[in-house]
Design a protein around this ligand. Sequence first.
Ligand code: SDX
Length: 431
Amino acid sequence: MTDTNKSATLSIGDKTYDLPILSPSAGPDVVDIRKLYGQADVFTYDPGFTSTASCDSSITYIDGEAGVLLHRGYPIDQLAGKSHFLEVCYLLLYGELPTAAQLEDFEKRVTNHTMVHEQMHRFFTGFRRDAHPMAVMTGVVGAMSAFYHDSTDISDPWHREVASIRLIAKMPTIAAMAYKYSIGQPFVYPRNDLDYASNFLRMCFSVPCEEYHVDPILARAMDRIFTLHADHEQNASTSTVRLASSSGANPFACIAAGIACLWGPSHGGANQACLEMLKEIGTPDRIPEFIARAKDKNDPFRLMGFGHRVYKNFDPRATVMKQSADEVLDLLGVENNPILATAKELEKQALADPYFAEKKLFPNVDFYSGIILEAMGFPTSMFTPIFALSRTVGWISQWKEMIEDPQMKIGRPRQLYTGPTQRDYVDVENR
Ligand code: SDX
């Protein structure tokens, strides 16, 4: 961020205020209002933060109009096509693509942290079998701060490093354990001879009674889903992690807060909501009825998996995800699956409808990821845990960047107060 000699002038009554303008390396300039309240005794007002830059960051850049997503400057389509998830984790965490030796060391460190403390197994038995896996993950990840005391001191760079590696390494194990617990199957331990995505698939789908072989095309698609969900600028769950971390809370508690926020159907819960919507639609002939509902102002129904706060032409992740969806559907021979047939027809009709073009609504990353995960055999309840698993590296990278920023201070927004002005207490007999 560079101080420019430009400034914005704000006039309130007979007074004017000069607000400095700061220029980014890419994207819109920002008007620095940090001193505004002290100078003018006014707040700015921006519910939902649609016009607010909450921080400066060098990790991810999004251009919503152009459909651009860069991680440390590298386009998402190049990373999804040429890199793999753990290499992208290294890039997000440390800012540069690793050398071969750095990558080997990083992958070994992650691999050696994939097991969870054996006593954590008991946490799972405290949940009902039909508990939503996101409830389990929120609880178990928060509880990690009760097990890994040697990596909770955020002022210690080594603690921060170990906590980062532990979270990236253990999230697949915890997500797989939540799944196994929900279907009454035994937990499967991670294997050090498998890559990250293959390990996760095996922990989810293998049973002790027989060998499980990971299909390399499914492993590649799984790895690509992890990469495409890794980070996404200051979205709701990342902003939650940043705000929680600004108080100095430990990383495990802050990531648990991020998981809780991601669960919402407007955010990470959209992939589950999308598949449930497709199941409700049932067959392609009912699509016009649901499209009409999505366009009806009096109907709260929205097409889940469509639209985005920032992307207003297309979601570059969805473009790549769509390619993976076609590969997986062909491999699994499920192109005749009625849900997936409905999805393809919905995509076709929505994209051809002028309303969606005018509102700039198109399939987002969650539309296609849900289709792939359904085809792979995951229940819809596991879709958001997989998103959380992928986004952990983004949350941790943004957390690390904020903690290491000497300007960091506790986040404390103000408000536009609309309640009663001061009044005196009235005894109950006089009310
Ligand atoms: C993610 O922020 C991120 O980066 C998130 C994410 C990430 O990686 O972290 O990309 C992941 O959360 C992707 C988005 C997943 N959510 C969904 O698919 C849920 C369905 N989508 C909508 O809820 C909605 O599109 C949002 C929440 C994603 C974005 O909403 P906005 O930007 O606040 O847009 P809006 O609600 O102001 O809608 C603008 C107009 C409205 O119509 P008008 O009031 O102007 O007449 O578009 C309409 C909305 O009614 N609209 C939709 C719609 N989404 C918006 N109409 C029908 N179906 C939809 N899905």
